[in-house]
Design a protein around this ligand. Structure first.
Ligand code: GLP
Length: 245
């Protein structure tokens, strides 16, 4: 486990984009599993800049998103489909045929979960997974208690997560359920990168990196991963016993 503490959000975002860019340069057809949220916005901005400045190309890569709200149409302004198009997919030369986000409004959500899991498998598995972290330690929408052997499935969101995410919705109320890639699928990614910024993530980061490995703290599974990097800004690292800043 590599825990890197960067001075601030900008430096964390730079470092994250550089890891993604390195992967793309070494393996242009790599498979990525990537997050939404406020944390990765800086990383996405830098990746767009790298395409403009250096000609970094995304066209041969495959992208899967970690999650989507259940019941939201893909054109709903608070959907992760719209977030990803607005902040990344429409701004780079990603191939639409190689971009995947779970269909929140699929008529048969269980079938959609199986289709999505199969698509990741058929793509050869995930080379690099980039994750954010919820204040309660969730990754994707795997809330505390998510089984470590879970796959892509429909989940119920924690009330605390719905409250935090309510601001994204005009009606100030987030859906009760979501589709998320599961814990086992995340753990099987060949390389993992977790980004955390801000003091409101400090407790979750400490529990994930220095606490017991437990399903009550989903991100704690990553401490067992053979190739994981935690990229933290100073505030997210505030409670750690030892840092290399
Ligand atoms: C959301 C997403 C997660 C994300 C997390 C943190 O609920 N489903 O994938 O990592 O919350 O979001 P933020 O980066 O906005 O703090």
């Amino acid at each position: 486990m590599d825990v890197r503490v960067l001075p601030d959000y900008e430096a964390m975002s730079d470092a994250a984009a550089e890891i993604v860019a390195q992967k793309l340069r070494a393996q242009p057809d790599a498979v990525f599993l990537i997050p939404t949220g406020t944390t990765p916005l800086g990383m996405y901005r830098r990746l767009v800049e790298l395409q403009e400045r250096e000609g970094l190309s995304f066209s041969n890569a495959t992208f899967f998103n970690l999650d989507e709200y259940l019941g939201l149409a893909s054109d709903h302004p608070a959907s992760y489909h719209v977030y990803m198009k607005t902040n990344f997919y429409d701004l780079v030369n990603a191939d639409p045929a190689k971009v995947h986000v779970p269909e929140g409004a699929a008529p048969d959500p269980e079938a959609e979960c199986q289709r999505y899991e199969a698509a990741m498998r058929e793509a050869g598995g995930v080379d690099l997974c980039v994750l954010g972290i919820g204040r309660n330690g969730h990754i994707g929408f795997n809330e505390p208690g998510a089984p470590f052997d879970s796959r892509t499935r429909v989940v119920r969101l924690a009330e605390s997560t719905r409250l935090v995410n309510a601001a994204d919705f005009e009606e100030k109320c987030a859906p009760e359920r979501a589709i998320t890639v599961g814990m086992q699928t995340i753990f099987e990614c060949r390389q993992a990168l977790l980004l955390a910024s801000g003091s409101n993530k400090a407790r979750a980061v400490k529990a994930a990196t220095e606490g017991t490995v437990t399903e009550e703290v989903p991100a704690s599974i990553l401490s067992q991963h053979p190739d994981v990097t935690f990229l933290l800004d100073r505030d997210a690292a505030l409670l750690l016993d030892e840092t290399d800043v």
